[in-house]
Design a protein around this ligand. Structure first.
Ligand code: AMP
Ligand code: ZN
Length: 113
C-alpha cells in the first residue's frame, strides 16, 4: 500500500476534512490529543518529513503555514495553539508524509518533551 496520507488525499481512506485547496488538505486527527487536533498536509507527497524541506518545496510549506493561521482563526483558537512536526525516529514520527499538527482548545502542557 502507498502512504496512508496519500490514500486519504485520494479519498481511499475516509477523513473528516476541515480545509482543502489545490495543494493542501487539513483533517481531524483520528486520535485527538487536545479538543482541537488537526493535521495539515501537502496533497502531493513532496517530503517525508521536515528534514526534507528544501528550496524546491519550501514555498509549499510556507503556504501550509498561511493555511494553519487561517484554520486556527476558523477554529476559534484566539488564545493560542501549538504547531508540531514530528520528524524521524527520535521525533516519534509514525507517518512518513510531511504533516503539521495543530493542537489547541485548552492550555497545553508547558513541557514539550
Ligand atoms: P505523527 O506521529 O506525527 O507521524 O502523526 C501521525 C498522526 O496521524 C497521529 O497523530 C495519528 O493519530 C494520526 N492518524 C493516523 N491515522 C489516521 C487517520 N486514518 N486519520 C486521521 N489521522 C490519523
Ligand atoms: Zn504520502
Amino acid at each position: 500500500m502507498e502512504c496512508l496520507f496519500c490514500e486519504i488525499v485520494k479519498g481511499n481512506i475516509p477523513s473528516t476534512k476541515v480545509y482543502e485547496d489545490e495543494t493542501v488538505l487539513a483533517f481531524k486527527d483520528i486520535n485527538p490529543m487536545a479538543p482541537v487536533h488537526i493535521l495539515v498536509i501537502p496533497k502531493e507527497h513532496i517530503a517525508d518529513s521536515a528534514a526534507d524541506i528544501t528550496p524546491e518545496n519550501s514555498a509549499a510549506i510556507a503556504h501550509i503555514f498561511e493555511i494553519i493561521a487561517k484554520i486556527a482563526k476558523e477554529q476559534g483558537l484566539d488564545n493560542g495553539f501549538r504547531v508540531i512536526a514530528n520528524s524521524g525516529e527520535d521525533g516519534a514520527q509514525t507517518i512518513q508524509h510531511i504533516h503539521f499538527h495543530i493542537l489547541g482548545g485548552k492550555k497545553l502542557p508547558e513541557k514539550m518533551a
